[in-house]
Design a protein around this ligand. Structure first.
Ligand code: GLU
Length: 373
């Protein structure tokens, strides 16, 4: 048994993600039998002393049947309407199912913003920690009804990796309708399921695993690999397995059956800020730095000042995430910008002492900045 699988079995705090197509069907909405089977396995893991956070998709899928929609809508407004209807049904179904075990559940709906803005993520972290402290099992989803296209995490695989980091999980289990990663096209004879991989170095040899049987969720294999890579790079072991194997996937026995694909943690746990900046946010714009500013920001971990900026691109406001690019166009860092895009052209290239007093501040503060590479 690999050390990764031992760590997965022994994990005290586990984040489990389940995909829409493992919980719902297109015509019938939430499938109570499959939901109960998931809850049975989660309750068993709880009973064995693990804390569990569930990241559940299925809000949009569960809302389709009540709205008479034959397939997942493509426009955001209808997706959000379906999520508004479906999230309530999903929460109710979990509450009813966990009640069979006397397990209290709490709903936590997050947006990407909650992960990027410092005050928000601290708040989300505190709430989740408190829920776990109160023996509540948090049921997390993206707050689909308010998240716009720009600020969406978009898929719950990545959301689950973000949550796993947020709560300092010892393991992340991604359950879906795929049973793992293969070394070739899984539909072709001879393709082997990869039991253990080193993320992300092994991943470029990996082909796409079994295609999803239905199109109810958003995440394909690519998002699962990304999510697994994100978590593993931050020191969290990951298991990718079929929801049909949930009992084995959450087994605590050291010598349980070897199902799914286990991703060996490849990095150390990194600071929350760095993790969020690298993984939670899409950059809303870019700041072009001169060579001196690159040296200061990347080499000496200094704040970025207006004097070192040569150009600005994108439509962002203070508090957004931007890429910092060097004179050769390569992205050298990422950070939370302190000014709106419209304010910057008048400031860039000028020294702080030449600026109006209210604008004499860092454009990107060192604490809000992550150097890449
Ligand atoms: N948040 C979406 C939902 O609950 C699912 C996103 C995904 O499929 O990953 O419907």
């Amino acid at each position: 048994m690999s050390s990764t699988r031992r760590a997965l079995a022994a994990a005290r705090r586990v984040v489990v993600k389940v995909g829409s197509s493992s919980l719902t069907s297109l015509d019938g909405g939430i499938d109570p039998l499959r939901l109960d089977a998931l809850v049975d396995a989660l309750a068993r893991r709880r009973a064995r002393g693990s804390q569990v956070v569930l990241v559940s998709s299925g809000a949009i899928a569960a809302g389709l049947a009540p709205l008479g929609l034959a397939k997942r809508p493509t426009d955001l407004a209808t997706q959000q309407a379906a999520a508004a209807v479906g999230q309530l049904l999903l929460a109710h179904a979990y509450e009813a199912s966990f009640t069979r075990y006397g397990q209290t559940v709490g709903q936590v709906l997050l947006t990407a913003d909650d992960m990027i803005r410092r005050a928000h993520y601290r708040n989300a972290q505190r709430t989740l920690e408190r829920l776990l402290g109160l023996d509540v099992l948090p049921v997390v989803n993206e707050n689909d009804t308010v998240a716009t296209e720009e600020i969406r995490v978009g898929d719950n695989d990545r959301l689950a990796a973000l949550v796993a980091h947020l709560v300092g999980a010892d393991a992340l289990v991604l359950l879906s309708d795929v049973d793992g990663l293969y070394d070739g096209d899984p539909r072709k004879a001879g393709s082997q399921l990869l039991a253990d991989v080193d993320a992300p170095s092994d991943l470029d040899v990996v082909r796409i695993a079994k295609p999803a049987s239905r199109s109810l969720g958003t995440g394909g294999m690519a998002t699962k690999i990304t999510a697994a890579g994100m978590a593993a790079a931050a020191g969290i072991p990951v298991l990718l397995a079929s929801a049909a194997d949930v009992d084995d996937a959450l087994d605590t026995a050291a010598e349980g059956p070897k199902i799914g694909t286990a991703f060996r943690p490849s990095g150390r746990r990194m600071g929350a800020r760095r993790f969020w900046l690298l993984n939670a946010a899409d950059a809303q714009g870019r700041l072009e730095l001169d060579a001196g500013a690159v040296a200061a920001v990347v080499g000496r971990r200094r704040s970025l000042l207006a004097a070192g900026i040569r150009g600005v691109a994108g439509d962002f406001v203070a508090g957004d995430v931007v890429d910092l690019v060097g004179p050769d166009g390569a992205v050298v860092a990422r950070g939370v910008v302190g000014f709106d895009a419209a304010e910057l052209p008048a400031l860039i290239g000028r020294r702080s002492r030449d600026l109006p007093v209210e604008q004499r501040r860092e454009v990107v503060h060192a604490d809000d900045l992550v150097a890449l590479g």
